[in-house]
Design a protein around this ligand. Structure first.
Ligand code: GAL
Length: 389
């Protein structure tokens, strides 16, 4: 199955240039998301696996800019590789996800890289690969409560939440500042880590009266509890989740603003879990004339949110350099293809096993360092934005 170390070296170099098969496997049912189109860039390099695909990659959805970023970064990183890869999107469905993995198994993959739609439900897809002896690398999000996952590459998600919480603490004045809390999908293990990190910084400031929780009775109830249990967090998320859906975020924000009295308006602080939801929440709060000023967080450094930050409509984002995550994931896959054991720097308890992991740091970006962190680093071109001094 595997090649000499020369191949590994060539491929590591090839990380800078390799060919990609991209596709979205439909859900077999009538196409709802219009995402059945498969655009395939024919790979002219030597076919190294019996059925033509060595590394299968499954991402949650094409409907969020974050994951389209990852698709592009895989594309950028894998041009001219001797190995072939194929990316499929699950379009928000665990059933699709399992079908995608079965499709990739039938195409003879040697390694599976997968970012689960739902951490627990993805256990079935991981098991399917595992039963075929195909190592499974969990990507960005952890597959939970199964021993069928071999490795995990991710960013420091606790640090994401801590950075968001700290930014709010550092950018409000006075006491009794209304604090609106929003979170990601409870089916995503990261959503708990983000919230846990934010709470670790915000809770003492809620307890000392700097902030007043404006939109969660359970968070208010637990405002003296420094360390929340998973169950506590689950109950809070039940009230404030956006399910990573910008439209659901708008509905929640509108409901919260409608039920908020004047004492919960004025200058406020908003914990938004990622950029996709931050923009819609910011627009909703900006449209309320009783809100005089807001500080709002984000995550993912999506292009649209960088423009919002430049325009003063979003306060910050937490930059997760996806180039790094792709490199870590493909580096692991290549090491496995070469019959070696990937290096890891720690482990995550997924509720069933300790999963060996590689974790990357995150960077806070606001109007002060867009240029240095995102333009000078080559992540984006200056020409992609307006108003960038
Ligand atoms: C998380 C991921 C974030 C975010 C979100 C929405 O798991 O770590 O970067 O964008 O999913 O898809």
């Amino acid at each position: 199955m595997l090649k000499s170390r020369k191949y590994l070296l060539m491929l590591l170099v090839g990380l800078l240039m390799s060919v990609l098969l991209i596709g979205c496997s439909g859900d077999g049912e009538e196409d709802t998301s219009g995402d059945n189109d498969t655009d395939t860039t024919e790979d002219d390099s030597e076919d190294t696996s019996s059925d033509g695909v060595n590394v299968g990659i499954v991402l949650p959805t094409r409907d969020e800019p974050r994951w389209v970023q990852d698709e592009q970064r895989f594309k950028d990183a894998l041009a001219d590789s001797d190995y072939t890869t194929e990316i499929l999107f699950s379009q928000g469905s665990s059933a699709n996800e399992l079908q995608n993995v079965e499709t990739l198994i039938s195409r003879g993959i040697d390694v599976l890289i997968i970012s689960p739609q739902d951490g627990d439900a993805a256990g079935a897809a991981a098991r399917a690969a595992n039963l075929e002896g195909i190592p499974v690398i969990s990507y960005d999000r952890l597959i939970t409560n199964t021993d069928a996952v071999d490795y995990y590459v991710t960013f420091d998600s606790l640090a994401v939440g801590e950075a968001q919480g700290q930014y709010l603490v550092d950018n409000v004045e006075g006491e009794g500042v209304p604090l609106y809390l929003y979170a990601g999908a409870a089916s995503d293990n990261n959503a708990f880590l983000f919230f846990e990190g934010a709470w670790s910084v915000l809770q003492p400031k809620i307890a000392d009266g700097t902030f007043v929780v404006a939109n969660s009775s359970i968070a208010e109830e637990l405002s003296d509890t420094q360390e929340l249990t998973r169950d506590d967090m689950g109950r809070i998320l039940g009230q404030i989740t956006t399910n990573w859906d910008p439209n659901e975020a708008i509905n929640k924000a509108q409901t919260h603003l409608t039920s908020a009295g004047p004492e919960l308006k004025g200058d406020i602080a908003i914990l938004a879990p990622n950029d996709g939801t931050a923009r819609s929440i910011a627009d909703t709060f900006a449209a309320d004339s009783e809100v005089t000023n807001y500080v709002i967080t984000g995550q993912d450094a999506e292009k649209a949110s960088i423009q919002y930050i430049i325009d003063g409509k979003q306060s910050m984002t937490v930059f997760k350099d996806v180039r790094r995550l792709v490199e870590d994931a493909m580096g692991m896959a290549i090491t496995i293809l070469d019959g070696d054991t990937p290096e890891t720097t720690g482990a995550y308890d997924n509720g069933s096993v300790e999963v060996p992991a590689l974790q990357s740091e995150v960077i806070v970006v606001d109007e002060e360092n867009v240029q240095s962190e995102l333009i000078d680093s080559g992540y984006y071109e200056a020409s992609e934005f307006t108003g960038l001094e």
